[in-house]
Design a protein around this ligand. Sequence first.
Ligand code: ADP
Length: 403
Amino acid sequence: MEKEKYLVVNAGSSSLKVSLYEMPDQEELANVYVEKIGSKDCFWTLKMNGEKIKKSAPLKDHSEAVEKILQELVDYKLIADISDIMGVGHRVLHGGEFYSESVKIDKDVLKNIESIIDLGPLHLPPAINVIKYMQSIMKEDIPQVAVFDTAFHQTMPKVNYLYPVPYEWYEKYGVRKYGFHGTSYRYITKTMEEKLGKENVNLIVCHIGSGASIAAIKDSKCLNTTMGLTPLAGLMMGTRSGDIDPSILEFICKKTDMSVGEVTSALNKKSGLKGVSGENDFRDVEELMGKGDEKAILAFEMIKNTIVKFISEYYVELDGDVDAIVFTAGAGENDIDLRREVMKKLKPLGIILDEQANDSVAKFRANKSGIISDSTSKVEVYVEPTDEESVILMDTYTIAKNA
Ligand code: ADP
């Protein structure tokens, strides 16, 4: 089969990652990660053939960043020019109620995404900026595909996605739970179907990265998830508060001279582990814990409790009919201590840890995946590395081939 090149594009609020793949082998030829876009400290890292090249220049926005990345791919002879690319997959944070699966981007799709900018004010404008730039330099018949973080969760029943607030907020403004990390949940669900040899699986998946959420999956579809209208809801996270009393917002506005926007930003960027302990990375928090730091111990205990709380809630919501609990993402895959402490608390549900197995699974240990529960455990507990990029790539390839 003829080899073809595809791009996967992930626009963050001030970052942009572009990966170049060769299909159908799914071989990653290179990736470029630009950080601090819009600042004078903007820099990027190009990775190819095991080499890492770092450069910097003040790139003012995402379209300038993507232009620079494409130039790098040409300069390093990874592509001759843009006509080498047979399809582009864009990670899009929010698809509102429009999309329950990935779509080829046309005028209507772009219009729909633009109509919900308020649901992802930091992430959607850069994504739209990059999509428009790519459209302006690529032929119309080369598909650009949007893969939404929210799509997987569109199967949630209304009883789970509605908030107990005035109903017209939902009708007029789309105020509801959407959920995020959907691409990761899709990947894990498919992996677990294969591992368990079942077409339809019931899972509780814990995606614990710097952003963290949990999903209850019934018959391979999302039943419930912890993030909400935005990724601020649910679990305590690296820098996000997760669920709190909403009155805190007005209370702090009154006590300080902060605006609603400033307090919301503090709830997103200065709360969670960081707010309580001063550090947002699990590794740093645990290092402080080793020195007996009380706030770090407290922060770890709090985050552990929120994870335990939602696993227990979803266990009951799934009527105890759970094929597996799965830990994934940065901390889920690698934080042996966090997994151990969470599982110890789950003992009343009959979930029993295999301490040795747990110790052996992490990217720096013998196994990257595996079962960490004991044979007597009522539910098997797995660690599985997630791979959102491969989902974006395969959706793009499939849509391109069927276009
Ligand atoms: P995101 O994609 O949300 O940025 P990741 O899934 O890459 O996040 O997870 C990053 C987080 O995972 C880090 O902030 C850190 O807290 C945690 N992490 C990564 N490696 C380890 C480790 N070895 N031990 C504990 N925590 C880890």
